[in-house]
Ligand binder design. Sequence first.
Ligand SMILES: *[C@@H]1O[C@H](CO)[C@@H](O)[C@H](O)[C@H]1NC(C)=O
Length: 126
Amino acid sequence: MLLVLISFLGIHYFLGVQTQTVSQSDAHVTVLEGDSVELRCKYSYSRTPYLFWYIQHHGHGLQFLLKYYSGDPVVRGTNGFEAEFNKSDSSFHLRKASVHWSDSAVYFCALSAQCLRLQGELITNL
Ligand SMILES: *[C@@H]1O[C@H](CO)[C@@H](O)[C@H](O)[C@H]1NC(C)=O
């Protein structure tokens, strides 16, 4: 069975005047069931970001797959998905060793700034 995995242009966050973006270069990835797959995600953010992958099945809402906060750069998520945070490459590619027909979906890579630090800045401005 042929599967189509679509990775969507990422979600943008605005934080004051600073802009972070994520981009996903593989718009459509077509693979056979049982094949391995990699969906690429590159971000632009000067500090260490929080990174997320979400999945959206046709007719459904966004579902959380996995996130990177800190520590081990290889993050394992649900259904055999994993993603690797690579700081020097500014990437967080999603991988799966053997895709199942039910993996046919739209995938979103998202980035969030580390809001706790922002909160600290706001407090010092009072
Ligand atoms: C991170 O990305 C760089 C540049 O693509 C690559 O040379 C390096 O091997 C990657 N690191 C890991 C741990 O995959």
